[in-house]
Design a protein around this ligand. Structure first.
Ligand SMILES: C[S@@+](CC[C@H](N)C(=O)[O-])C[C@H]1O[C@@H](n2cnc3c(N)ncnc32)[C@H](O)[C@@H]1O
Length: 358
C-alpha cells in the first residue's frame, strides 16, 4: 500500500496534484504524482514504505480543497475471467472493512464501467463477507474502496470514516427539492453537509435565525434557509421567486450586495455572486471582521489559469484580515461536487476577542 488515490473534478487534476504535493512536502513526506488531464483521479505514489499511510493518517482530509475522496492502497492487474479472486487476495493484506464501495472515475470512461461494477457488486460482496474481510457490523472499521480504472486495472484501497468524504467517490446523492426555484439550491445544501456535522444542524441552522443571502435571485439558496425556518434578507436587483416571497420569511432588498450592510448582526451570510475571487474574499473578510455575521458560505469563482494559487491567495487574505482583527475562526474551503469552475469557502467565528460590531 504505497499510494494514495484521490478523486477530483475532471479538469482539476493539476490543482489536486499541486495540493497533495504541497501538503506532503510540508509533512516531510516525499512522493510523486501520476495523473492525466481529464482523468478525474490523481495518484500520489510514495517510494518509501509506510509513507503513504503516514501521509493519510497525518493529514486532515478537510484540508484538501480539490480532492473529493481518497483511499490508501495499491493496484492490481486482473483478467476478465476472474476479477474476484485477486481482489480478495489483495484484501488479505489490508485492514478489515465495514463496507465495500465500488468506484470509477467521474468521467465518461468511468460511467461506461457502470455495467461491470454492477455485475461484480454482489459476488464481490458475498466473497468479502464470507472471508470476513468486510464486516458490516463493525461500523467503526475503514471503508474498502475498489476502484476500476478499466476492466483489467483495479485499485484496492481503504479510507477511514473520520478522515474521508462520507460518500463513494466523494459524490453526495442529494435530491433536488421540486419546490426550490433553481438548481443551485443543491450547492448550499451540499456545503452544509460538508462543513457542518449533521448533529450540529439543529443548533447552527436553527429556526428563527436571520440570514443574509447576497446575489439571491431567483432564490435557490434562500429556499434552503427558508426551509430551515430562518428569516432571510435576500439582496439582489433581480426578481425573487413568488413562492418564496409568499412564505413571509423573506425580505427582498434590491441593492448592490457589495454595499449592503445589515442593520444588526445576523447569524449567517451566504453569497453566490459571480465575481473576481479577490472581490469575494474581501467581501467575506469585511463581513466577518465587522461582526456582521457569525458564519458565512461564499463561492470563489476561479479563473482558467493559476487556480490553485488564486484560492490560496484568497484564503490567505481572509486569514490575514481575521488575524489582524483578533478574530478566532475556522476557515475551510472545498470544491464541492456541485461546484464547477469554483470552490466554496466556509468561515465560522469561534471567538471574536474584544472587537466591536462596526
Ligand atoms: C448565480 S446567481 C445566484 C443564484 C442563487 N444563489 C440561487 O440559488 O438561485 C447570481 C446572482 O447574483 C446577482 N448579482 C450579481 N452582482 C450582484 C451584486 N453586485 N449585488 C447583488 N447581486 C448581484 C445576479 O443578479 C444573480 O441573480
Amino acid at each position: 500500500m504505497n499510494e494514495l488515490l484521490l478523486h477530483c473534478r475532471p479538469g482539476f487534476e493539476s490543482e489536486a496534484a499541486a495540493e497533495i504535493q504541497t501538503l506532503a512536502a510540508q509533512g516531510g513526506i516525499s512522493g510523486y504524482v501520476v495523473t492525466r488531464e481529464g482523468a478525474a483521479v490523481v495518484r500520489f505514489v510514495c517510494p518509501e514504505p509506510g509513507d503513504a499511510e503516514r501521509l493519510m493518517r497525518g493529514l486532515d482530509f478537510r484540508q484538501l480543497i480539490f480532492a473529493r475522496q481518497w483511499a490508501l492502497g495499491s493496484w492490481l492487474d486482473v483478467s476478465a475471467e476472474d476479477r474476484v479472486s485477486p481482489i480478495i487476495s489483495a484484501c488479505a493484506a489490508g485492514p478489515i472493512a465495514s463496507v465495500l464501495w465500488l468506484e470509477t472515475a467521474d468521467t465518461n470512461d468511468g460511467k461506461a464501467l457502470a455495467a461491470l461494477t454492477k455485475k461484480l457488486e454482489r459476488p464481490l460482496h458475498s466473497a468479502l463477507t464470507k472471508t470476513r474481510f468486510v464486516r458490516p457490523k463493525n461500523s467503526e472499521a475503514p471503508r474498502l474502496h475498489v476502484f476500476f480504472e478499466s476492466g483489467q486495472r483495479i485499485f484496492v484501497g481503504w479510507s477511514w470514516m473520520d478522515n474521508a468524504a462520507a460518500w463513494p467517490m466523494g459524490i453526495p446523492r442529494l435530491k433536488f427539492p421540486r419546490e426550490a426555484p433553481s438548481r443551485s439550491t443543491l450547492k448550499l445544501e451540499e456545503a452544509w453537509h460538508h462543513f457542518i456535522p449533521r448533529d450540529e444542524w439543529d443548533s447552527r441552522l436553527a429556526p428563527g435565525m436571520t440570514a443574509v443571502d447576497l446575489g439571491a435571485a431567483p432564490g435557490g439558496w434562500t429556499w434552503q434557509l427558508v426551509n430551515r425556518h430562518m428569516k432571510v434578507i435576500a439582496v439582489d436587483n433581480g426578481p425573487m421567486a413568488r413562492s418564496l416571497m409568499d412564505s413571509g420569511q423573506v425580505e427582498h432588498v434590491q441593492a448592490d450586495g457589495y454595499l449592503f450592510k445589515p442593520s444588526r448582526p445576523v447569524q449567517w451570510m451566504v453569497c453566490d455572486i459571480v465575481d473576481k475571487p479577490a472581490r469575494s474574499s474581501s467581501l467575506l473578510a469585511r463581513w466577518i471582521t465587522r461582526g456582521w455575521c457569525r458564519e458565512a458560505i461564499i463561492n470563489f469563482k476561479l479563473p482558467m489559469k493559476q487556480r490553485y494559487r488564486e484560492v490560496m491567495q484568497c484564503l490567505e487574505h481572509v486569514e490575514d484580515a481575521l488575524d489582524a482583527a483578533g478574530i478566532r475562526a475556522t476557515i475551510a474551503c472545498k470544491q464541492l461536487y456541485t461546484d464547477r469552475e469554483e470552490v466554496t469557502c466556509h468561515v465560522r467565528v469561534l471567538h471574536a476577542g474584544s472587537y466591536k460590531v462596526q
